[in-house]
Design a protein around this ligand. Structure first.
Ligand code: GUN
Length: 281
Protein backbone atom coordinates (compact mmCIF):
# COMPACT_ATOMS: atom_id res chain seq x y z
CA UNK A 1 0.00 0.00 0.00
CA UNK A 2 1.22 3.45 -0.90
CA UNK A 3 0.73 5.91 1.93
CA UNK A 4 0.19 9.16 0.05
CA UNK A 5 2.41 11.71 1.75
CA UNK A 6 0.57 15.02 1.39
CA UNK A 7 3.15 16.88 3.44
CA UNK A 8 5.93 15.83 1.09
CA UNK A 9 3.88 16.52 -2.05
CA UNK A 10 2.93 19.95 -0.71
CA UNK A 11 6.54 20.74 0.14
CA UNK A 12 7.61 19.73 -3.40
CA UNK A 13 4.87 21.90 -4.90
CA UNK A 14 5.95 24.84 -2.73
CA UNK A 15 9.54 24.40 -3.94
CA UNK A 16 8.35 24.58 -7.56
CA UNK A 17 6.24 27.64 -6.78
CA UNK A 18 9.14 29.32 -5.04
CA UNK A 19 11.25 28.97 -8.20
CA UNK A 20 8.38 30.25 -10.30
CA UNK A 21 7.98 33.34 -8.09
CA UNK A 22 11.69 34.13 -8.56
CA UNK A 23 11.28 33.94 -12.35
CA UNK A 24 8.13 36.08 -12.24
CA UNK A 25 9.94 38.66 -10.14
CA UNK A 26 12.74 38.84 -12.73
CA UNK A 27 10.26 39.14 -15.57
CA UNK A 28 7.73 41.59 -14.12
CA UNK A 29 9.70 43.19 -11.31
CA UNK A 30 6.95 42.32 -8.83
CA UNK A 31 5.63 39.30 -6.99
CA UNK A 32 2.06 37.95 -6.72
CA UNK A 33 0.12 39.20 -3.70
CA UNK A 34 -2.51 37.38 -1.65
CA UNK A 35 -5.01 39.23 0.55
CA UNK A 36 -6.93 37.22 3.11
CA UNK A 37 -9.93 38.65 4.94
CA UNK A 38 -10.56 37.09 8.33
CA UNK A 39 -13.71 37.94 10.27
CA UNK A 40 -14.11 37.05 13.94
CA UNK A 41 -12.07 34.98 16.35
CA UNK A 42 -12.97 31.38 15.48
CA UNK A 43 -9.98 29.24 16.40
CA UNK A 44 -9.89 26.93 13.34
CA UNK A 45 -10.13 29.91 10.98
CA UNK A 46 -7.34 31.70 12.85
CA UNK A 47 -5.11 28.64 12.51
CA UNK A 48 -5.90 28.13 8.80
CA UNK A 49 -5.23 31.76 8.04
CA UNK A 50 -1.96 31.79 9.97
CA UNK A 51 -0.81 28.73 8.00
CA UNK A 52 -1.84 30.33 4.73
CA UNK A 53 0.14 33.46 5.52
CA UNK A 54 3.20 31.49 6.62
CA UNK A 55 3.21 29.35 3.46
CA UNK A 56 2.65 32.37 1.23
CA UNK A 57 5.67 34.12 2.71
CA UNK A 58 7.72 30.94 2.42
CA UNK A 59 7.30 30.82 -1.37
CA UNK A 60 8.00 34.54 -1.70
CA UNK A 61 4.48 35.87 -2.22
CA UNK A 62 3.40 39.13 -0.71
CA UNK A 63 0.58 38.42 1.71
CA UNK A 64 -1.62 40.35 4.06
CA UNK A 65 -4.33 39.32 6.49
CA UNK A 66 -7.06 41.87 7.02
CA UNK A 67 -8.91 41.23 10.27
CA UNK A 68 -12.35 42.38 11.34
CA UNK A 69 -14.38 41.74 14.51
CA UNK A 70 -17.40 39.46 14.02
CA UNK A 71 -19.68 42.47 14.48
CA UNK A 72 -18.37 44.07 11.27
CA UNK A 73 -21.07 45.21 8.85
CA UNK A 74 -21.48 43.42 5.55
CA UNK A 75 -21.10 46.73 3.71
CA UNK A 76 -17.61 47.23 5.18
CA UNK A 77 -16.49 43.85 3.87
CA UNK A 78 -18.00 44.42 0.41
CA UNK A 79 -16.31 47.83 0.22
CA UNK A 80 -12.95 46.31 1.20
CA UNK A 81 -13.31 43.60 -1.44
CA UNK A 82 -14.09 46.23 -4.09
CA UNK A 83 -10.95 48.14 -3.10
CA UNK A 84 -8.85 44.96 -3.34
CA UNK A 85 -10.43 44.18 -6.74
CA UNK A 86 -8.91 47.44 -8.00
CA UNK A 87 -5.55 47.15 -6.22
CA UNK A 88 -2.95 46.11 -8.76
CA UNK A 89 -0.66 44.77 -6.02
CA UNK A 90 -3.30 42.19 -5.10
CA UNK A 91 -3.42 39.10 -7.32
CA UNK A 92 -5.68 36.95 -5.15
CA UNK A 93 -8.44 37.61 -2.61
CA UNK A 94 -9.71 35.04 -0.12
CA UNK A 95 -12.42 35.60 2.46
CA UNK A 96 -12.07 32.91 5.10
CA UNK A 97 -15.28 30.93 5.66
CA UNK A 98 -17.48 30.41 7.62
CA UNK A 99 -18.81 33.95 7.98
CA UNK A 100 -20.94 35.42 10.80
CA UNK A 101 -24.66 34.86 10.14
CA UNK A 102 -25.47 38.50 9.33
CA UNK A 103 -23.08 38.47 6.36
CA UNK A 104 -24.38 37.01 3.10
CA UNK A 105 -21.78 34.46 1.95
CA UNK A 106 -22.92 34.39 -1.67
CA UNK A 107 -22.86 38.18 -1.90
CA UNK A 108 -19.29 38.18 -0.58
CA UNK A 109 -18.20 35.49 -3.03
CA UNK A 110 -19.81 37.27 -5.97
CA UNK A 111 -18.21 40.61 -5.06
CA UNK A 112 -14.70 39.21 -5.54
CA UNK A 113 -13.69 39.82 -9.15
CA UNK A 114 -13.45 36.35 -10.80
CA UNK A 115 -9.86 36.99 -11.95
CA UNK A 116 -8.75 37.32 -8.29
CA UNK A 117 -10.97 34.56 -6.89
CA UNK A 118 -8.28 32.19 -5.60
CA UNK A 119 -10.93 29.95 -4.00
CA UNK A 120 -12.67 29.33 -7.32
CA UNK A 121 -16.05 29.91 -5.62
CA UNK A 122 -17.35 32.70 -7.90
CA UNK A 123 -20.17 31.46 -10.17
CA UNK A 124 -18.09 32.54 -13.18
CA UNK A 125 -15.24 30.24 -12.15
CA UNK A 126 -17.66 27.45 -11.21
CA UNK A 127 -19.23 27.76 -14.67
CA UNK A 128 -15.91 27.91 -16.49
CA UNK A 129 -14.67 24.82 -14.65
CA UNK A 130 -17.82 22.87 -15.48
CA UNK A 131 -17.59 23.94 -19.14
CA UNK A 132 -13.95 22.87 -19.26
CA UNK A 133 -12.58 26.40 -19.70
CA UNK A 134 -9.70 28.01 -17.85
CA UNK A 135 -10.70 28.95 -14.29
CA UNK A 136 -9.58 29.07 -10.70
CA UNK A 137 -10.23 25.65 -9.16
CA UNK A 138 -11.14 25.26 -5.46
CA UNK A 139 -7.98 24.43 -3.53
CA UNK A 140 -9.01 21.21 -1.78
CA UNK A 141 -10.23 19.29 -4.85
CA UNK A 142 -7.26 20.64 -6.82
CA UNK A 143 -4.97 19.21 -4.14
CA UNK A 144 -6.78 15.84 -4.26
CA UNK A 145 -6.52 15.83 -8.05
CA UNK A 146 -2.75 16.45 -7.98
CA UNK A 147 -2.27 13.63 -5.44
CA UNK A 148 -4.30 11.21 -7.58
CA UNK A 149 -2.32 12.16 -10.70
CA UNK A 150 0.94 11.45 -8.85
CA UNK A 151 -0.20 7.86 -8.23
CA UNK A 152 -1.92 7.35 -11.58
CA UNK A 153 -0.97 9.79 -14.36
CA UNK A 154 -3.37 8.22 -16.87
CA UNK A 155 -6.95 8.32 -15.56
CA UNK A 156 -8.60 7.50 -18.90
CA UNK A 157 -11.73 5.41 -18.36
CA UNK A 158 -11.21 4.98 -14.61
CA UNK A 159 -14.32 4.74 -12.46
CA UNK A 160 -14.33 7.44 -9.80
CA UNK A 161 -16.82 7.63 -6.97
CA UNK A 162 -17.11 10.90 -5.07
CA UNK A 163 -18.75 10.66 -1.67
CA UNK A 164 -20.27 14.07 -0.91
CA UNK A 165 -21.76 16.68 -3.25
CA UNK A 166 -20.59 19.97 -1.73
CA UNK A 167 -19.73 23.03 -3.80
CA UNK A 168 -16.41 23.13 -1.95
CA UNK A 169 -15.28 19.60 -2.80
CA UNK A 170 -17.58 17.04 -4.40
CA UNK A 171 -18.82 19.04 -7.37
CA UNK A 172 -15.49 20.59 -8.46
CA UNK A 173 -13.76 17.22 -7.88
CA UNK A 174 -16.21 15.71 -10.33
CA UNK A 175 -15.34 18.28 -12.99
CA UNK A 176 -11.60 17.71 -12.59
CA UNK A 177 -11.94 13.95 -12.95
CA UNK A 178 -14.38 14.24 -15.86
CA UNK A 179 -11.80 16.33 -17.68
CA UNK A 180 -9.40 13.41 -17.22
CA UNK A 181 -11.92 11.08 -18.88
CA UNK A 182 -12.97 9.30 -15.70
CA UNK A 183 -16.49 7.92 -15.40
CA UNK A 184 -17.65 9.79 -12.32
CA UNK A 185 -20.44 8.95 -9.89
CA UNK A 186 -21.38 11.51 -7.24
CA UNK A 187 -22.92 9.97 -4.16
CA UNK A 188 -24.50 11.67 -1.15
CA UNK A 189 -26.67 11.17 1.92
CA UNK A 190 -29.66 9.95 -0.13
CA UNK A 191 -27.68 7.48 -2.24
CA UNK A 192 -29.00 3.93 -2.02
CA UNK A 193 -26.39 1.29 -1.18
CA UNK A 194 -23.36 3.50 -0.93
CA UNK A 195 -21.20 0.48 -0.27
CA UNK A 196 -22.13 -1.07 -3.63
CA UNK A 197 -21.31 2.20 -5.41
CA UNK A 198 -17.93 2.51 -3.68
CA UNK A 199 -17.07 -1.10 -4.52
CA UNK A 200 -17.19 -0.23 -8.24
CA UNK A 201 -14.60 2.52 -7.87
CA UNK A 202 -11.00 2.62 -9.06
CA UNK A 203 -10.79 5.98 -7.28
CA UNK A 204 -12.76 7.04 -4.19
CA UNK A 205 -12.77 10.61 -2.93
CA UNK A 206 -14.51 10.81 0.45
CA UNK A 207 -15.64 14.32 1.43
CA UNK A 208 -18.77 14.03 3.58
CA UNK A 209 -17.68 14.76 7.13
CA UNK A 210 -18.76 11.41 8.62
CA UNK A 211 -15.96 9.79 10.64
CA UNK A 212 -14.74 6.47 9.15
CA UNK A 213 -17.75 6.11 6.85
CA UNK A 214 -15.85 4.27 4.10
CA UNK A 215 -15.05 0.80 5.43
CA UNK A 216 -12.52 -1.80 4.30
CA UNK A 217 -15.17 -3.96 2.61
CA UNK A 218 -16.43 -0.94 0.62
CA UNK A 219 -13.17 -0.69 -1.29
CA UNK A 220 -12.11 -2.67 -4.35
CA UNK A 221 -8.63 -4.15 -4.23
CA UNK A 222 -6.04 -1.69 -5.57
CA UNK A 223 -8.33 1.33 -5.53
CA UNK A 224 -6.90 4.80 -4.88
CA UNK A 225 -8.62 6.33 -1.85
CA UNK A 226 -8.48 10.05 -1.02
CA UNK A 227 -9.78 11.13 2.38
CA UNK A 228 -10.88 14.77 2.60
CA UNK A 229 -12.55 14.39 6.00
CA UNK A 230 -11.27 16.10 9.14
CA UNK A 231 -13.62 15.07 11.95
CA UNK A 232 -12.96 15.94 15.57
CA UNK A 233 -14.13 12.97 17.64
CA UNK A 234 -13.64 11.58 21.15
CA UNK A 235 -11.01 9.31 19.61
CA UNK A 236 -9.15 12.28 18.13
CA UNK A 237 -8.99 13.54 14.57
CA UNK A 238 -10.55 11.07 12.12
CA UNK A 239 -11.05 11.10 8.37
CA UNK A 240 -14.09 9.91 6.41
CA UNK A 241 -12.24 6.66 5.70
CA UNK A 242 -11.61 3.80 8.17
CA UNK A 243 -7.86 4.05 7.71
CA UNK A 244 -6.67 0.73 9.21
CA UNK A 245 -9.20 -1.42 7.33
CA UNK A 246 -8.92 0.41 4.02
CA UNK A 247 -5.11 0.41 4.09
CA UNK A 248 -5.27 -3.40 3.83
CA UNK A 249 -7.09 -3.32 0.45
CA UNK A 250 -6.31 0.00 -1.24
CA UNK A 251 -3.42 0.55 -3.61
CA UNK A 252 -2.90 4.06 -2.22
CA UNK A 253 -4.48 6.01 0.63
CA UNK A 254 -4.12 9.49 2.14
CA UNK A 255 -3.69 9.73 5.91
CA UNK A 256 -5.55 12.23 8.13
CA UNK A 257 -3.81 14.45 9.04
CA UNK A 258 -0.93 14.80 6.59
CA UNK A 259 -2.79 13.91 3.39
CA UNK A 260 -5.06 16.36 1.62
CA UNK A 261 -4.72 19.20 4.19
CA UNK A 262 -1.18 20.35 3.36
CA UNK A 263 -1.94 20.21 -0.38
CA UNK A 264 -4.91 22.54 0.03
CA UNK A 265 -2.74 25.41 1.22
CA UNK A 266 -0.05 24.76 -1.39
CA UNK A 267 -2.80 24.90 -4.06
CA UNK A 268 -3.97 28.25 -2.72
CA UNK A 269 -0.47 29.58 -3.42
CA UNK A 270 -0.56 27.99 -6.88
CA UNK A 271 -3.91 29.65 -7.58
CA UNK A 272 -2.54 33.03 -6.46
CA UNK A 273 0.42 32.67 -8.82
CA UNK A 274 -1.86 31.54 -11.67
CA UNK A 275 -4.13 34.58 -11.12
CA UNK A 276 -1.05 36.83 -11.22
CA UNK A 277 0.18 35.23 -14.46
CA UNK A 278 -3.22 35.60 -16.14
CA UNK A 279 -3.35 39.27 -15.07
CA UNK A 280 0.01 39.94 -16.74
CA UNK A 281 -1.02 38.43 -20.08
N1 GUN B 1 -12.73 27.61 5.23
C1 GUN B 1 -12.41 26.30 5.21
N2 GUN B 1 -11.91 25.95 3.99
C2 GUN B 1 -11.92 27.06 3.23
C3 GUN B 1 -11.52 27.36 1.90
O1 GUN B 1 -11.06 26.50 1.13
N3 GUN B 1 -11.68 28.65 1.49
C4 GUN B 1 -12.18 29.61 2.31
N4 GUN B 1 -12.31 30.84 1.81
N5 GUN B 1 -12.56 29.38 3.56
C5 GUN B 1 -12.43 28.12 4.01
Amino acid sequence: MILIDGKKAASELREELKKEVILLKEKYNKVPGLSVILIGEMAPSQIYVRNKEKSANEVGLKSEVIKYPDTVEEETILKKIKDLNHDENVSGILVQLPLPKHIDKQKVIETIIPSKDVDGFHPMNVGNLSSGYESSVPCTPLGCYLLIKKIEPNLNGKKAVIVGRSNLNGKPMTQLLLKENCTVTITHSKTKDLKAECLKADIIVAAVGIPELVKGDWVKKDAIVIDVGINKTERGLLGDVAFDEVSKVAKALTPVPGGVGPMTIACLLKNTIDCFKRSQN
